[in-house]
Design a protein around this ligand. Structure first.
Ligand code: GLU
Length: 305
């Protein structure tokens, strides 16, 4: 049996030379003050065992990782209808690019780029009830803790600077692919991005994706096997923005990143892995986190390839 604890502790040491090469996200001002040298990593096996290292108990802004859980929620509520609002193809463009959206008449390429996530959140807001509570409660359920929450300062900071995302939403509204009010959508989107979780909670929350829908901790099928398969496929092809190819080449796992420096990855049938290191590469993915995951799959032979 692999000594996951030993592997994680080794990685926490081995990544040290990679600090100082990326840059903490600063286009959301409240994120700019996050200490750059944080590093946490967690493994949650499909049996339910947890291994952690470094700052794995410290919460951070999950940002775009929320898009993964929003897709889960949307598929549970709307099934394949979701795919009439967003595609499932990699974009090859920056996460908030507007160009392709106009070419493709307001249907975003996938649910993980910003316009796609906005369309999914808009879809969720068509349900009765407060979408913010629905998001928060779902993440609390997945992470198995009542204290996971959205950071109001981060949400307000993003909302005040959400010019590009607001433009994306307006463009899609013009094409008929945003149905509700753009202002309310922006507030909900910024709320979901400002959710905070730690590495251990994130790995727990992603466990159903690694278990074919089943979570040993919840002792239940949280999503269907088919949904787990489809979401995993979208993670592999769209989860790391326009560096998804080089991430697959280096790490070889379905994953989703966020500009808070978090990445969650799954080894189907085996485990969910999360890593947090705030410095980002040029594509908006954690620089050190990507190195850590590359080391992990090299050392444990857990790439899907
Ligand atoms: N809230 C961020 C935005 O919309 C999320 C981006 C990300 O994490 O990649 O710009």
């Amino acid at each position: 049996m692999t000594d996951y604890q030993g592997v994680l502790d080794h990685i926490a040491e081995a990544v040290q030379p990679h600090f100082g090469k990326g840059k903490v996200a600063d286009y959301i001002p409240a994120l700019a003050s996050v200490p750059a040298r944080k590093f946490g990593m967690a493994v949650r096996t499909t049996e339910g065992d947890l291994f952690v290292t470094g700052d794995a108990a410290e919460r951070f802004s999950i940002q775009s990782i929320s898009k993964l859980f929003m897709l889960e929620l949307a598929l549970q509520h709307f099934g394949d209808m979701v795919w009439t609002r967003v595609g499932k193809e990699p974009s090859g463009d920056r996460f908030n690019s507007m160009m392709r959206l106009e070419h493709e008449a307001g249907i975003p390429r996938n649910p993980f780029i910003n316009p796609g996530a906005l369309a999914i959140t808009d879809l969720m807001m068509s349900l009765k009830g407060d979408t913010k509570f629905r998001i928060r409660n779902y993440l609390r359920f997945l992470a198995m803790t009542d204290t996971v929450d959205s950071n109001a300062d981060v949400a307000a900071s993003e909302l005040a600077h959400a010019h590009v995302n607001r433009a994306l939403a307006n463009l899609m509204k013009g094409y008929g692919n945003i149905h509700g009010a753009v202002d309310a959508l922006m507030a909900t989107y910024c709320y979901q991005c400002a959710m905070e979780m730690n590495c251990a909670e994130l790995a727990t929350a992603a466990l159903p994706l690694a278990g074919g829908g089943y979570s040993a901790l919840h002792d239940a099928a949280v999503i269907s096997a088919s949904q787990a398969k489809r979401i995993g496929a979208v993670m592999l092809t769209c989860g790391m923005y326009d560096s998804v190819g080089s991430f697959a080449y280096r790490v070889g796992l379905p994953a989703k990143s966020g500009v808070g420096g978090g990445i969650v990855a799954i080894v189907p049938g085996k485990m969910a892995i999360s890593v947090w290191a705030p410095e980002l590469d040029a594509f908006g993915n954690s620089y050190v986190g990507t190195h850590a995951l590359e080391l992990f799959t090299n050392l444990t032979h857990t790439s899907i390839f």
